[in-house]
Design a protein. Sequence first.
Length: 561
Amino acid sequence: MSTVTATAVRPTDAPVRDHEHRRDRVLAVAAVAIPTALAAALCAYEISVRSLWLDEAAAVTIASQHGAAFGAALAHDGGNMLGYYAVLHVLIGAFGKGALVIRLPSVIGATLTVCVAGLLGLRLFGRRVAFAAGVLAAVSLPLVYWGQNARGYALMVALISGSFLALVIALQSDRSAGAWTAYVLLMVAAVYAGLEAVLVIPAQLVALLWFRHRVRPFALAVAVIAACCVPLAVLASNRGSGQLFWVPAPSFTTAKQVVQALASTGLQPNFYTDTGSALLALTAVVLLIAVGRICLMWSRRDQRRAAWRPTLVLAWLVVPFALALLESAFAQSVFQARYLLVSLPAVALLLAWALLGRESPRGTRIPAGARISGGTQIPAGARISRGARIPARARISTALAVTAVAALIALRALQLAPAYGVSPENWRAATSYVLARADAADCVAFYPLDNRMPFQYYLGSGAATAPRSVLPAAPWGQAHAFVEDYATLSASQVSAVRSRCARVWLLTSHEGTVGGPPISRLNYVRLRTLVAALGHEYQHASTRSFGTAKTVTLTVFTGAA
């Protein structure tokens, strides 16, 4: 029998119980609604200020295609984000491709992620954990950044969170057909929003350690998910691993980037602050406390059954991380911060549970058979009086936990605030710069050809005065989806360009790296060869960069030799 240290006990009659139930419902709704509203506000703020970057422009260009061209673009991208592109295709067809329109699905995705994380926390751990987890998730640099990005990551994370909530309901409910159906639909939709969503399915299997009687419906659900994802598997197989050529093998640098993103302490390429180290240290300490509490629950027979709740959340964090490492070690590397965003809500839930996972002593229901300090048995359904005296140790522990949560939220906010409106790849500025200075006799070239897409997005009505495109050699009236196209010019083609173009404006970004994977190094060599050939044909070259990460490089070749 458990023992409760309290000085007053109040039995609950029907009117009081009804009042308390209404109050509990209101507080539960507020625990989820307030963080959800905060997430919506944080994602909507300055949503159009940041310039589109290469991948966003690719998403818009792919989604803007029609008919066979749309299907070919989806196939060339290996089926990744196929469902997201379909949603974007409908939105662009109905409302155009303004920044607000193309980023709206991600805003909704990030907001729903916080909402569902709160609902999951409420069902697993109670409203205090739900509220804290929701706020921690809302004030997360990676979630807000991708929530303001025309990519499928935020929507994918929301669908993954929904699948965990549906799974928990299905496991706990006797009439669970609807919950299993919701789980299958949400998990399939998550995979169609991002292939890396499959990493969470093995983590969900951990729950079967406690719910062995649910093995059959769980196996059936996973089989249906696999069958629904066969088209994606075919597309990914046909595309091969070439689309991930740029992902380096796991290293200390990539591991650091993954950890920083999951802890919301920073985000590549350059969203880092001086307080990030303090947040990382505090996050690590609290997560270790969570692991310690889970181990303690496993070691105690009376708590072992309840340990499935935090264990499932811990598996949500650890299993995808481990699987990504294994995949990267023995096959194509997928160990990237953006791919492991699948575990982002799990971190918020673990942090909140580690600190606030104990029910508040005042006003909470006492289990049947419990006794007060004098030994008198308490009637089942009684509650500790809100006027009861709480031991000093419990008050100190609660105060420290609340302080730690507040510190985590404040430190997260310090990472998030400076990121607003910052453009690591400022294609808006680069396009404006070229249009303001280029002449009719000038030409523009892009390496890789993908860079033409963000340039063309910001070109808008300026296409009539834009310099002629020679790499690729295509008129501005065509919006072709270039995906990882590292085509270049031969020596004879460069000579032909010199005879037609007074100046050449070469825009490069994501051109490969010297120390990257083999294909990435080869792509970089191709760029250096192109630059050398242009330098041979023109007397002068000047270079400038755009964006806080200096990712977009503009080289102007002048004075034909």
